[in-house]
Design a protein around this ligand. Structure first.
Ligand code: DGJ
Length: 733
């Protein structure tokens, strides 16, 4: 055995409430609200033992399986008696006989890529320096330091747990302690080796105007991977993956969820191996990624949130929602009532001048909205999407008096004023591009998308310049709300600011630059609410939520489509993070006509607002708009603080969700029936989450019944016209 005395020298006997180290069994116990996460040091290697329901601090050594299988490679003589091929691990090295996907791949100066990480020390109660990388706040942290016995590289594995939630976060820091550079070819945030079972996966896939559709599939042998290589988390695949154990349903059974606190190119994979165990891992997408780590430097991976639920997918979603609201979203905004916005985009698109906007603001005031947001088209000489991104100065030919008169008109109505930006972009037709063509990622001829290029935020001078432009406007004090959009993905992946051998760093450096700008602006203008957006929900992830408490959920504002998008989004994110507006009918994206009440009910399931021209509303509709805002303000605490129960899936027919206060006394039940079918039978809706012994009243139905009655017998779904909705208050005691 290699000099274990050296590796074990820092074992201590420190006990902290949620993190316990048993020095006799060399075993770590991390304990959240109702789960345990257990691993131990065995012959220097980190051996994963358990992630799931709370267990005693009993070592679990009897769970050790066979030490090898046929064709398993064993560690070199004296360095372990279990093959890494079969050992469940905490972070998997390459080239040591574990043929499952490694968590880390390093290349040294002489071309060697094998690494063998051994336990060196650990520390409880530490912090990690994330720089601008978003990360969960607070909690109790364990750092386990490993040493690569084949090179001068150390690895810190961080684990954080909280008393108030069923989430554990992980990330890794790789440190070059030698004198030669090391190339990081892959550095995942975590590795979770789960025991053999028949698992299913659930991912959230989609496209522009159709984000985050849940898809559940049996996990077969081999590797199931979801990813984005677009430089953004993307509409196409969300950085969230759930693993469901056999029998897992919406409110029953066990499942795991993993969510990256990251907004760039990512990968999450689940690999079912010959042992039937499943390795779940992920982080920065290794495609086109490499990072040169100079002597003395370290590299911090993004954080991953790992969640365990024994109350099915619903429990998983509620735990993730609590985690994001309590520990990721800024405490200033997480539970604060959100503005009710009227956004100009679908009202006037690019076609406006000062007079038109002033009357739009007057109209917005009549809807009950408290914030008017001027969307795209107010800057440079932008009259369509071909010009001016990067020139963040008011378009004086459209808005002769600048934005001040608009903000003043808002103030007159006791409303706030907000403004749209797309800070990461530049149009070819812009002063900025003419002055700095090399500030765009790639070299000409570049791929264009929506006539624009991506600014190279891996270069600090570019970030600094954009900061200056935005800060200039925010300093006026006229802007209380910023909608931060991002309408194309990266191509070329080349920066003039990086040497030839380091271009693989660009995508990650770029997103770090995005975070740096977001951090500076949110810190310097703390009163401004920033809403995230990327052609709708193309960057709907926990990384963005760290800086932006809400995100425009989709460019598709059709109520029926939105019911699906919001339902899918709710698997991984809280309702309060979803920006949801009532738009015109027929809808601009689908052409579908839906009743005003349906649009209002679906838009009440998030940060509500309007995306229409009030001048086109009848007096009756205006009154419905005001009524919507009044009702919303009453039930908004449920959106901000409550729990969500998904009762019926719009992907299977009817849609129904229940928002329930934590004390289970107040609820808001919203549903939509799809297309009417002739002769359709009466369908029952069974409620969830209620306290069995409470008596609940549903005034809209004239029902007074015990919780268990509503849970087990349910209510009848109303018969409604196509795309009709219902929204019922529930009171219990
Ligand atoms: C895409 C966004 O998702 C829309 O809401 C709108 O802001 C447009 N961009 C403006 O170009």
């Amino acid at each position: 055995m290699r000099d274990m005395g050296r590796f074990l020298q820092n074992f201590g006997e420190k006990t902290v409430k949620m993190i316990y180290f048993d020095k006799n069994r060399n075993t770590f116990y991390l304990e959240g609200k109702s789960f345990s996460y257990v691993f131990s040091v065995e012959e220097g290697y980190l051996h994963a033992r358990h992630f799931g329901g709370r267990v005693g601090r009993d070592g679990l050594t009897w769970l050790n399986g066979a030490p090898a299988m046929a064709f398993s490679a064993m560690p070199p003589a004296g360095e372990g008696s279990t093959s890494l091929d079969v050992m469940p691990q905490e972070y998997a090295s390459f080239g040591q006989g574990d043929y499952r996907t490694p968590s880390v791949l390093l290349e040294r100066e002489d071309g060697q890529t094998a690494s063998r990480f051994f336990y060196l020390s650990h520390e409880v109660g530490c912090t990690s320096d994330f720089g601008a990388l978003p990360h969960a706040r607070g909690g109790q942290t364990l750092k386990v330091t490993l040493k690569d016995v084949l090179s001068d590289v150390e690895l810190d594995l961080f684990y954080t747990v909280w008393e108030d939630c069923d989430v554990l976060t992980r990330h890794a820091v790789i440190r070059n302690t030698g004198s030669e550079p090391v190339t990081i070819c892959r550095a995942y945030s975590f590795c979770l080796d789960l025991p053999a079972d028949r698992y299913e996966t659930l991912c959230l896939h989609g496209h522009h105007c159709g984000e985050r559709s849940p898809e559940r599939t049996p996990l077969s042998h081999g590797t199931f991977r979801i990813e984005s290589a677009r430089g953004a988390s993307s509409h196409q695949m969300n950085p969230f993956l759930a693993l469901l154990r056999a029998g897992c349903g919406e409110e029953t059974g066990e499942c795991y969820g993993v969510e990256l606190v990251y907004s760039g190119s990512f990968v999450l994979s689940a690999e079912r191996s010959q042992t039937e165990g499943v390795r779940v891992q992920g982080g920065i997408n290794a495609l086109n990624f490499c990072w040169s780590l100079a002597a003395g430097e370290d590299f911090v991976t993004p954080e991953a949130a790992l969640c365990y639920s024994k109350e099915g997918l619903g429990g998983l979603s509620r735990s993730l929602a609590d985690f994001l609201r309590l520990h990721v979203i800024s405490p200033k905004w997480a539970f604060a009532p959100r503005p009710v916005v009227l956004n100009s985009w679908e009202a006037v698109y690019f076609d406006f001048d000062e007079a038109k906007l002033l009357s739009l603001i007057d109209g917005a005031a009549r809807t009950g909205a408290d914030t008017f947001v001027l969307d795209d088209g107010w800057f440079g000489c932008r009259g369509d999407d071909t010009t001016s991104l990067g020139d963040w100065r008011v378009n004086l030919s459209k808005l002769k008096g600048g934005i001040a008169p608009l903000a003043a008109r808002c103030r007159k109505h006791n409303m706030k004023f907000g403004l749209w930006f797309e800070p990461e972009m530049v149009s070819e037709k812009s002063e900025l591009y003419r002055a700095h063509p090399d500030w765009a990622i790639g070299a000409p001829p570049r791929c264009a998308c929506r006539n624009q290029y991506v600014l190279d935020f891996s270069r600090p001078e570019v970030v600094e310049y954009v900061y200056g432009q935005l800060a200039e406007i925010l300093k006026t004090g006229d802007v209380a709300y910023v909608k931060w959009d991002m309408n194309r993905h990266l191509t070329e992946f080349w920066s003039k600011g990086l040497p030839a051998g380091r271009q693989g760093e660009l995508a990650h450096r770029h997103i770090l630059g995005v975070y740096t700008l977001a951090r500076r602006l949110t810190e310097d203008f703390p009163e401004v609410l920033f809403e995230g957006c990327s052609g709708g929900g193309g960057r709907f992830d926990a990384g963005m939520l760290y800086y932006f408490p809400q995100i425009w959920t989709s460019d598709n504002t059709d109520a029926y489509a939105r019911a699906k998008i919001q339902y899918g989004t709710s698997f991984a994110y809280p309702m309060s993070a979803m920006s949801c507006h009532i738009s015109a009918s027929p809808n601009h994206q689908t052409g579908r006509s839906t009743p005003f009440s349906s649009r209002a009910h679906i838009a009440s399931l998030g940060a509500t607002g309007f995306e229409l021209n009030p001048a086109a509303l009848s007096e009756e509709e205006l009154e419905m708009a005001r009524e919507h805002v009044r009702t919303y303000r009453e039930m908004q605490p449920l959106v901000l603080q409550g729990d969500l129960y998904r009762l019926a899936s719009p992907f299977e027919g009817d849609f129904a969700v229940l928002l329930l206060s934590k004390d289970k006394r107040e609820g808001y039940l919203v549903g939509m029936c799809g297309l009417v079918e002739a002769g359709a039978y009466d369908r029952r809706l069974r409620l969830a989450g209620l306290r069995e012994d409470f008596v609940y009243e549903i005034p809209a139905l004239g029902i007074v019944a015990r919780g268990d009655t509503l849970l087990h017998a349910g209510v009848l779904l109303p018969r409604l016209p196509d795309f009709g909705t219902f929204a019922w208050r529930i009171h219990g005691k």
